[in-house]
Design a binder for this molecule. Sequence first.
Ligand code: PHE
Length: 347
Amino acid sequence: MDWKILNIKNSYLEKISRAKSLNELDEIYLTLFGKSGEITLLPKNFSELSKEDLSKIGPLFNRVKTELEKAIDDRREKVRESVYKQLKDEELELEEGSIKKRKGHLHPITALNEEIANLGKKIGFQQFSAPHIDSDYYNFEGLNIPYGHPARDLWDTLYIDHPEKYGFKEGQLLLRTHTSNAQIRIMKELKLPIRIMVIDRLFRFENLDARHEHTFDQFEIVYVDKGVSMANLQYLSEYFLKHIFGKDIKVRLRPKYYPFVEPGAGVDGECIFCKGKGCKICGGVGWLELAGAGMIHPFVLNMGGIDPEKYSGLAWGFGPFRMAMLKYGVEDIRLFNSGDLRFLERF
Ligand code: PHE
């Protein structure tokens, strides 16, 4: 019996000293002291021993039992210490900056809008804002686009349900389709001469593709004074576009119809993707339309309470999303609103 006890002791002390994890030690503990553990079962045979043998084996058994328990406890302590040490080393590594810090930045459109606002401020233009949800009057009617006018098709529109709740008739409350909804308010509310810019969001029921979004921004200028002419419009187009794109950008003005300006112009920038040859992004034209502009129509000046015989004005609206496409070489306008970090990290 005594060699059996000593055998258990030696083989287990060896196993315990080699154990590397707390789990391993738990297993060893169970094989010794569990319900049918080797140490647990041993005393079952003690009844067969003579009194003399028992007086030797009993104390030996108790000593070995305590020794093994202590060996397991001590080893547990050692294993714990080495795990802590390992964690601490890893912690030190973290402190040394092995993980890259991620730095946020402004959305490219927000940054561009700020740049535009600063350019406008330098030449005396101040910012103005108008509602995103607006009436048919400010968005269409007052801008010389009466109900049923074919030009409304240009701005396929999102109407607000149950307008009667807000005191409007069916079809008369909508998400504004351009920042031009600010024009009449600007003229009514401010004193002449007027030098205003509106940089804000608008919404259209649009057929989406690489050049068309349903929700985007516009930058609009309203400039009313005595003697304002197309020459001012030409100057402003060049001032903004050359500052934003650099001196080399090719800009063209071409006649274009908008009911609220006369004459009206489209302002195009040469497509940087194909260098004017025509590609998928510019729709094969070689140019991307960046702005609509023109001399404010006498009808609209009248709506704004300004005498068209004495004053003239220009309005100019362009799209920062389209500009950002050209400036940063973005091939699909929908990326800006996508919230896709892989895209935003490009800036
Ligand atoms: N509001 C027009 C549009 O959304 C742009 C524009 C602004 C045209 C001012 C002329 C004058 O397309």
